[in-house]
Design a protein around this ligand. Sequence first.
Ligand SMILES: Cc1ncc(COP(=O)(O)OP(=O)(O)O)c(N)n1
Ligand code: TZP
Ligand code: MG
Length: 215
Amino acid sequence: MPHPPEPRGCRLYLVTPPRIDLATFPDTLARALDAGDVACLQLRLKDAPEDEVLRAIDALRPLAQSRDVAFLLNDDAELAARTGCDGAHLGQEDGDHAAARALLREATLGITCHDSRHLAMRAGEMGADYVAFGAFFPTTTKDARHRPELEILEWWSSIFEIPCVAIGGITAANCAPLVRAGADFLAVVGAVWSHPEGPAAGVRAMNEAIAAAEG
Ligand SMILES: Cc1ncc(COP(=O)(O)OP(=O)(O)O)c(N)n1
Ligand SMILES: Cc1ncsc1CCOP(=O)(O)O
Ligand SMILES: [Mg+2]
């Protein structure tokens, strides 16, 4: 008789706000990371010039890595490899995924797969370390046109060992079905940085909601 799949556990994947003030954000980030379990931090400064991204990497990477939180850079695998990041997250329009895979060597490469099983299988074959599906819920953080069903998480996690990330409008209040469907990571912006009691409370709320959903 086949055994049901082992639960893999779900963790919080934090993405930075699209714009940050380096005079204040490092302290805010440190407090958020110290508030609970965060597996990874993605630096996502959309459309910022490279010198600004470099300054942010210098300020934030040590805060994450010294806490054993993987530091990933959005959109730019070459810059990630050059600056000691733990990896990069690339979308479908963010360059040559195979070239990024070779460049990043042992570092993490995550790939956006929207709501597509085909894109996810292609990313997995190419050597992605995780595939990301979303946006599961409405979000104001990004103009996200794809809306996957929960089933894509069930399907992926029941067949593939490669972890899957769920993203898009996820909060402590709505995340339980994603956790139960097999998401290995929940990636959030607003749920933490716009939490009414502050980012540290946002991390705690997400940790508690994930733990409750895992029951
Ligand atoms: C974990 C995670 N999943 C998806 C995305 C979206 O990436 P992309 O489609 O390239 O869009 P931008 O974030 O670059 O606007 C992500 N960044 N992280
Ligand atoms: C980057 C990204 N990719 C798909 S939705 C999204 C935004 C996630 O932000 P939030 O958690 O605030 O909805
Ligand atoms: Mg991108």
